[in-house]
Write a protein that binds this ligand. Structure first.
Ligand code: 0O2
Length: 202
């Protein structure tokens, strides 16, 4: 398999989506409105991780593009929980890609404590060989959810997916604490936004 050729459209899609989402953020700023997008990160899954996931899920090589839906991954990080749903609505209204699947791991958090909104999209990439439909995963989460997920991801890596039970329990407590932090911040959202508008004008 020529990985470089296979992954090229995914690299392109990640770059295009990054530009588009950053454009949305900029537009909010230009109109002096609160941006529901705090920052964006994006990556193409490393070959070793694709292979590992394929092996774990017993996906044959010729089915990788169909079955591994997060080869292209975009992460949208928001300040408040409400912002996540604003971003979701804005993405639902776009017509430059099709949404295939949406999973709300905020209303239905994972047993690990993981919270995020996932969207699997089909994005038309224009290549030198014509149009190619590429699947991409958009994860939308708050800063607190991102903090938790980043730390849990590192621990998962360290313990090769078998985090000791004691640490798992702590992570669940930390996930609740992150959830409560989001709730508390939401309650003073208007105050924070007003302060940020004043700060921005200075
Ligand atoms: P990476 O790139 O290292 O992050 P989906 O159908 O994809 O929306 P599903 O079925 O849960 O949801 O898929 P999967 O493959 O389990 O998870 C997709 C991605 O969501 C993961 O990518 C993580 O980024 C994130 N994720 C899901 N569950 C958890 C969790 O419990 N903890 C953390 N920290 N992240 C999670 P990968 O494959 O881990 O790769």
């Amino acid at each position: 398999m020529n990985w470089e050729v296979l992954l090229a459209p995914y690299e392109q899609v990640v770059e295009e989506l990054k530009v588009k989402l950053k454009g949305m953020r900029k537009q909010f700023e230009q109109e002096s409105r609160h941006s529901p997008i705090e920052f964006i990160t994006a990556r193409v899954k490393p070959i070793a991780s694709i292979m590992e996931k394929a092996e774990k899920r017993q996906v044959p090589l010729h089915k990788i593009e169909e079955e591994i839906q997060d080869i292209a991954g975009i992460r949208v990080v928001c300040q408040f929980v409400d912002d996540i749903y604003t971003v979701v609505r804005m993405l639902q209204e776009r017509n430059d890609f099709t949404i295939l699947k949406e999973i709300d791991y905020i209303k239905n958090e994972k047993s690990s404590g993981y919270r995020s909104y996932h969207m699997i999209i089909e994005y038309p990439a224009e290549t030198i060989h014509g149009r190619k439909s590429v699947l991409a995963e958009i994860q939308i989460r708050t800063l607190a959810m991102n903090f938790w997920a980043t730390n849990e991801h590192s621990l998962n890596y360290k313990y090769k997916g078998r985090i000791p039970e004691k640490i798992q329990k702590r992570l669940q407590l930390a996930a609740e604490a992150a959830f409560n932090l989001d709730e508390e911040m939401s309650k003073i959202k208007n105050e924070i936004q007003e302060a940020q508008r004043i700060f921005h004008r200075m």
